[in-house]
Design a protein around this ligand. Structure first.
Ligand code: BEZ
Length: 213
């Protein structure tokens, strides 16, 4: 059984999806990606989750992030279920849902947790960076639908901290103050963070979010 951890290279694959045959790396190009698994088609929590992701299409696009869903059900099942999702959630699902019937992708990404369920994928989320490295892993059980606002919040943090020498504190959201990375000296901080910073403790320095006007 594969393990997959933060910083690992995301396993590439070519798969049958509801949007045709897709190669992961080609599909993502130079952008960011979210690959998320769900246990089963035609189930209530999954129906609301896939509907929510369709509603957030513009939010993912703003973040240069493409999404792919995955379950071990087949293509015909996915296609029929999309009609139900569109009808009941008032959306248009037009992102790919992978039909991973042979479970090859689920195994490569460690999406089946046998002590939870021997057959179906759990609710895993992987955020993949432009360098094709795994930036985030979140795993929920089948009984708990995910919070996609939280996923967007974390993508905001990942994208900010990838390009600036900052980290984001507890419950941070876009626009809030951030903390300066410990590796940056006060001397350097004065030059880098032109909006200034507050030194609460030598290791806790707050500054306005740097990529805002
Ligand atoms: C659901 O999506 O509702 C679900 C799927 C598998 C197990 C439990 C709930």
């Amino acid at each position: 059984m594969a393990t997959i951890r933060l910083g690992d290279t995301a396993p590439d694959f070519t798969a049958q999806t509801t949007e045709g045959k897709i190669n992961l790396y080609d599909y993502l190009g130079d952008g960011w990606g979210v690959l998320f698994s769900h246990p089963s088609d035609y189930t209530p929590v999954c129906t609301t989750e896939l509907g929510t992701v369709a509603k957030y299409k513009d939010e993912f696009a703003k973040r240069n992030t493409k999404v792919l869903a995955l379950s071990v059900d087949g293509l015909e099942s996915h296609k029929g279920w999309i009609n139900d999702i569109n009808e009941t959630q008032n959306v248009n699902v037009d992102y790919p849902i992978i039909a991973d019937e042979d479970k090859k992708i689920a195994e490569a990404y460690d999406m089946i947790h046998p002590n939870a369920d021997a057959t179906f994928t759990v609710r895993s989320v992987y955020v993949i960076g432009p360098d094709k490295k795994i930036k985030l892993i979140i795993t929920y059980p089948a009984s708990t639908g995910r919070n996609f606002d939280e996923l967007l919040r974390v993508i905001d943090s990942l994208q900010l901290t990838a390009y600036h020498k900052v980290a984001t504190p507890a419950n941070w959201k876009h626009g809030d103050e951030v903390v300066i990375s410990p590796a940056v000296s006060n001397e350097d901080a004065k030059n880098i963070f032109t909006k200034g910073f507050k030194e609460v403790k030598p290791y806790l320095r707050l500054t306005p979010q740097p990529n805002l006007d």
